[in-house]
Design a protein around this ligand. Structure first.
Ligand SMILES: *[C@@H]1O[C@H](CO)[C@@H](O)[C@H](O)[C@H]1NC(C)=O
Ligand SMILES: *[C@@H]1O[C@H](CO)[C@@H](O)[C@H](O)[C@H]1NC(C)=O
Ligand SMILES: *[C@@H]1O[C@H](CO)[C@@H](O)[C@H](O)[C@H]1NC(C)=O
Ligand SMILES: *[C@@H]1O[C@H](CO)[C@@H](O)[C@H](O)[C@H]1NC(C)=O
Ligand SMILES: *[C@@H]1O[C@H](CO)[C@@H](O)[C@H](O)[C@H]1NC(C)=O
Ligand SMILES: *[C@@H]1O[C@H](CO)[C@@H](O)[C@H](O)[C@H]1NC(C)=O
Ligand SMILES: *[C@@H]1O[C@H](CO)[C@@H](O)[C@H](O)[C@H]1NC(C)=O
Ligand SMILES: *[C@@H]1O[C@H](CO)[C@@H](O)[C@H](O)[C@H]1NC(C)=O
Ligand SMILES: *[C@@H]1O[C@H](CO)[C@@H](O)[C@H](O)[C@H]1NC(C)=O
Ligand SMILES: *[C@@H]1O[C@H](CO)[C@@H](O)[C@H](O)[C@H]1NC(C)=O
Ligand SMILES: *[C@@H]1O[C@H](CO)[C@@H](O)[C@H](O)[C@H]1NC(C)=O
Ligand SMILES: *[C@@H]1O[C@H](CO)[C@@H](O)[C@H](O)[C@H]1NC(C)=O
Ligand SMILES: [Cu+2]
Length: 569
């Protein structure tokens, strides 16, 4: 039934779903049940067959489809030898932190033969989000959309689209991605780049041996389509454009924005963007390529290839397949001014509850560092070093038991320290000449804050190994992006320029290359909340930390005890 809800087109996505109504309470509440069987499936792309880790044998994985207010229960059963955990990216998880999913942060992984039921209620959110594995690099094949419709009595703040289409970008490696990241962590260098980008799992005609694996969007004239765009790539922010068609951005990270038009959108890993695409009133005798390729800032190597799909108008006769293909024009790979202008267009549709005053201010530097080689051989990082990455110079060390359990049961000793610094440990020109010591410090440190703290967090890029844009993702909250700029953040002159009226509200923000971004949020969700770069290579190198939000004193201000089936380490 859900497959046809709102005319949703799910060409490659089938899902396992049944519904129940909870008997408790005055109003019956819809519960959507899913079963995720983690298993191997042989998948062929680029003439290369590999054994892929999948949900239910599907690649990309199944869609979770729900309405605002619904409760969702997903039973994840692990049939493979790797440990697994799944994160419901962008879901607020109000007082349900046990279901958030990052391994060793909110739970121990689901091991071979085990299962775990993720249970959460979708509160105050509607739009597109996504789910993905949150352990090592397993999200390279374990990902899928989360589609949240408005409540039954509510409608979109734009005309109802003729059809809705998920567009999920991913990355394909011919090699096994666990081998790729393990190799990089051992030799200290950058991980091997992917062999292709994909749209809904398909690399498209610009790669060798791939033309048959091309995503096609068949449309009819004079209609509006809602594209639910998700960037599930591991290491790359992406530009996306459709030849001769303009998109209207209407929503980001499951929050409506003031609509604006653009021929190209920029989307970071972790982000989602809904756009409206209105087709020509007369069918053109042409087919239109859609391209996605990266926005590159760092000095490392990137997969700079292009994934293509095809927008094709339906014709009563079958000549459409022979019409010429028109190419879109994308910004240059390093077009930072496009990135700056695009993010400046974002405004919340309706004035959101931005904290007008704050209780705590934090300045976190984020970026890469270089550490001495520890392997006894020559390391593959710059000048024989090992890459590191850090927040306030701390490279986060993954604990071996979950932080949330340690916190809940008061057993933090030896698991984490509460000494995460509020400010950079030493000051320098963050976007200028790097300090002569580029080493990072390894520890498991968290920042503890009381319930309902109004936080202002400035994320400052560093150019220690070169300036670079970092998509930072915060679990458990949306934040308001109140300001951004180039160079070093100036605490005395920059706040006067903050937008405290209609800033965009997101869960993932691209910290500008060689610049800073200022965020505000209210810590109204008790638990342990991961914050990390969504470029997977940087996360692996330690660009991550966790917030511990304490319980409040009120009735509904504390984290309930863990579910009985929570996996143990
Ligand atoms: C994948 O293909 C290999 C080689 O043909 C085969 O041995 C294996 O059983 C297949 N695995 C799955 C999960 O189908
Ligand atoms: C929809 O119903 C809810 C609860 O019944 C109510 O709070 C809300 O105001 C209604 N929204 C609209 C747009 O009618
Ligand atoms: C990564 O690339 C290097 C250099 O091309 C190659 O030797 C190595 O086998 C690759 N690693 C994997 C896991 O494919
Ligand atoms: C596509 O756009 C180009 C450049 O604006 C224009 O020259 C061309 O006629 C357009 N083609 C179609 C089929 O709309
Ligand atoms: C893409 O990367 C390859 C390999 O590093 C390089 O040879 C090529 O010039 C790059 N292309 C662009 C457009 O930067
Ligand atoms: C198919 O339809 C298009 C558009 O109406 C027209 O230009 C074309 O000539 C038709 N082809 C045939 C074989 O009828
Ligand atoms: C972007 O790349 C082009 C071509 O490689 C180069 O000429 C230009 O200086 C670069 N721009 C920036 C802002 O780095
Ligand atoms: C590598 O060493 C050279 C010579 O000491 C230095 O000029 C260069 O900046 C170093 N590169 C990095 C990335 O540290
Ligand atoms: C916490 O700090 C102590 C004292 O500096 C240190 O011994 C320990 O390694 C740190 N890390 C953890 C996870 O306890
Ligand atoms: C920081 O470095 C940048 C780049 O070299 C330079 O333009 C800027 O003036 C420096 N800022 C300060 C405060 O020294
Ligand atoms: C590193 O920088 C510090 C502070 O600027 C300076 O005191 C120190 O002498 C420098 N060390 C080296 C080896 O250049
Ligand atoms: C799975 O996780 C458990 C608990 O952390 C750990 O002891 C075990 O070594 C892991 N197994 C694999 C295959 O990674
Ligand atoms: Cu995430």
């Amino acid at each position: 039934m859900a497959a046809t809800l709102n005319g949703l087109l799910l060409p490659v996505l089938v899902f396992v779903l049944f519904l129940t109504h909870s008997a408790s309470g005055k109003h019956s509440r819809l519960i959507r049940h899913y079963k995720f069987d983690i298993k191997l499936k042989n998948v062929t792309r680029l003439c290369h067959t590999k054994s892929l880790i999948t949900v239910n044998g599907q690649f990309p994985g199944p869609a979770i489809v729900a309405r605002e207010g619904d409760r969702v229960i997903i039973k994840v059963k692990n049939h493979i030898s790797n440990n697994v955990s799944i994160h419901w990216h962008g879901i607020r998880q109000l007082r349900s932190g046990w279901a958030d999913g990052p391994a060793y942060i909110t739970q121990c992984p689901v091991q071979n033969g085990q299962s775990y039921k993720y249970k959460f209620t979708i509160t105050g959110q509607r739009g597109t989000l996504w789910w993905h594995a949150h352990i090592s690099w397993l999200r390279s094949s374990l990902y899928g959309p989360i589609i949240i419709y408005p409540k039954k009595n509510a409608s979109y703040p734009f005309p109802k689209p003729h059809q809705e289409v998920p567009i999920i970008f991913g990355e394909w490696w011919n090699a096994d991605t666990e081998t790729v990241i393990n190799q990089a962590m051992q030799n200290g260098g950058g991980p091997n780049v992917s062999d292709a980008y994909t749209i809904n799992g398909m690399p498209g005609p610009l790669y060798n041996c791939s033309a048959k694996d091309t995503f096609k969007l068949k449309v009819i004239p004079g209609k509006t389509y809602l594209l639910r765009i998700i960037n599930a790539a591991l290491n790359d922010e992406l530009f996306f454009s459709i030849a001769n068609h303009t998109m209207t951005v209407v929503e980001t990270d499951a929050v409506y924005v003031k609509p604006f038009q653009s021929n190209t959108i920029l989307i970071s890993p972790g982000q989602t963007t809904n756009v409206l695409l209105t087709t020509r009133s007369q069918p053109p005798t042409a087919r239109f390529l859609m391209y996605a390729r990266p926005y590159v800032t760092g000095s490392g190597t990137f997969d700079n290839s292009t994934v293509a799909g095809i927008l094709e108008y339906a014709f009563p006769n079958s000549t459409a397949g022979k019409f010429p293909l028109i190419k879109p024009v994308l910004p240059a790979l390093n077009d930072t001014s496009f990135a700056t202008n695009f993010s400046k267009k974002m405004r919340s549709l309706t004035p959101p509850p931005v904290p007008q005053t704050v209780d705590r201010r934090f300045l976190f530097t984020i970026g890469l560092g270089l550490n001495p080689c520890t392997t006894g051989q020559t390391c593959q990082g710059p000048n024989g070093t090992m890459f590191g990455a850090s927040i306030n110079n701390i490279s986060f060390v993954m604990p071996t038991t979950a932080l949330l359990q340690a916190h809940f049961f008061g057993r933090s000793k030896g698991v984490y320290n509460r000494t995460f610094p509020d400010n950079p440990p030493f000051l320098f020109n963050f976007t200028g000449t790097p300090p002569n010591n580029t080493r990072t410090l390894f520890d498991t440190r968290v920042k503890t804050i009381p319930f309902n703290t109004r936080v202002e967090l400035v994320l400052q890029d560093t150019s220690i190994v070169g300036p670079e844009s970092h998509p930072l993702h915060l679990h458990g909250f949306n934040f308001f992006i109140v300001g951004q700029g180039v160079g070093n953040y100036n605490a005395s002159s920059d706040p006067s320029k903050f937008n405290l009226v209609d800033p965009p509200e997101r869960n993932t923000v691209g910290v500008p290359s060689g610049g800073w971004v200022a965020l505000r949020f209210k810590a109204d969700n008790p638990g342990v909340w991961f914050m990390h770069c969504h470029l997977e290579a940087h996360t692996s190198w330690g660009l991550k930390m966790a917030w511990v939000v304490l319980n409040g004193n009120g009735k509904s201000q504390s984290l309930p005890p863990p579910p009985k089936d929570l996996p143990s380490c």
